[in-house]
Design a protein around this ligand. Sequence first.
Ligand SMILES: Cc1cc2nc3c(=O)[nH]c(=O)nc-3n(C[C@H](O)[C@H](O)[C@H](O)COP(=O)(O)OP(=O)(O)OC[C@H]3O[C@@H](n4cnc5c(N)ncnc54)[C@H](O)[C@@H]3O)c2cc1C
Length: 433
Amino acid sequence: MSQNKHSVSRRNLLRLSAAGLAVPSALLSAACSREMTRKGEGEVVVIGGGFGGAAAAKYLKRYNPKINVTLIEPKKAYVTCPASNWVIGGLVEMEEITHTYDGLKKHGVNVMHEVVSSVDPQKRVVTLSDGQKVNYDRLIVSPGIDFKWGVHEGVDEDVANIIPHAWKAGDQTRLLRDQLRSMRQGGTFVMVAPPNPFRCPPGPYERAGMVAHYLSKHNPTANILILDQKNKFSKQALFMEGWRNNYGQMIEWVAAMDGGTVFGIDVANKIIDADYGEVKADVINYIPAQKAGVLADQMGLTDESGFCPVNQQTFESKVHHNIHVIGDAAMAGPMPKSGHSAVSQAKICAANVVQSLAELDPISAKNANTCYSLITPDYAISVAAVYDVKDKQIVPVEGAGGVSRMNASLQEYRMEANYTRGWYKSITDEVWG
Ligand SMILES: Cc1cc2nc3c(=O)[nH]c(=O)nc-3n(C[C@H](O)[C@H](O)[C@H](O)COP(=O)(O)OP(=O)(O)OC[C@H]3O[C@@H](n4cnc5c(N)ncnc54)[C@H](O)[C@@H]3O)c2cc1C
């Protein structure tokens, strides 16, 4: 039963009593105390069991175990995008980056492996693809990203089986890894890097390092060309220094304004038509432009940017009351679209959902993000930032965070590589453990 129905019945009893009608005092006090115990409880549904959704579900139960939390996620096991570049580079196996939902179940979360087909925000009902309906008092949506296909001539959704994006981890990761492994000696691996905004700003460049790591061992005369759809990228100077130090000239990066802009791809012949000229590739890693997961769009939560505007203090949607959006799908000011950001947002969002069910004022808390990137198994760089909220907008805290030092010692970059693996273990334990 929803909290609203409960309040109404109590209110009716109080009205009857105030109107001088005889309401047995035992019934009145039972109604009052029942509301006291139920205040703060309720049904919360979380859609999407990735970094944002799984963390939100877990923290809701931690903050108030009496809340009924249902997580809806189609996959029985989640393969993380973080560390998926390591699989491509041959450092780890897929099993090592795959996490089940058993941990969440142990924490009291009801996990339903289903696809959400629609949501009725007025009736507060989620409909699943098999027709089942799930009621909620508050809904948290964390559907991740989807791709903008049709931007480049010759490139639609179907080509992902030939020129994989590997920007959602799983089969796509395996496909790109296998294509890299079977690339001819001395071949060319071309990455088309996406325009902003996109999931994991350092991700394409970590991938270039991991591909170079594999090639330098198994195919040392091969080369990597990055055709970028933008003019600069995250941790650029550090990446370029790391590439030079470890792989010499193997990786070439071309900014959009210097010829990187792509017009179309002849997928069958693996020829890219770019401002740079025609490029014949052996393997193409085409990472499309991005938008919020399609469900967010279907729910009407997005604006013309393709992402979801939210109150950046509580992550409540600016479109629908009682629905919160977190993670890659949300517009969270200057926060990058990362797993770390999604988990940080999930904790603050969960706390505010708990507050709202208890009819308490929203809380304001600081978000944080760290993005580590391996360049080799023993050489990594990082960026970190802390964010405050001012006038319901997320803003960076000046002087907090920073990036790795340029020209640091190999020992320092090796330590960062250890922190990178430590970060992965701790965040995945936190979310799925
Ligand atoms: C190569 C790569 C490397 C990365 N490395 C890092 C890193 O080192 N550090 C870092 O912090 N971040 C990293 N990221 C970014 C990180 O993966 C994302 O930012 C993070 O996954 C976002 O979490 P999310 O909850 O928003 O989305 P997701 O984790 O994608 O979760 C969304 C979930 O929603 C589910 N879903 C979608 N639609 C529906 C529906 N209709 N019904 C039910 N469920 C649905 C999906 O099945 C999915 O499981 C990397 C990304 C990539 C691509």
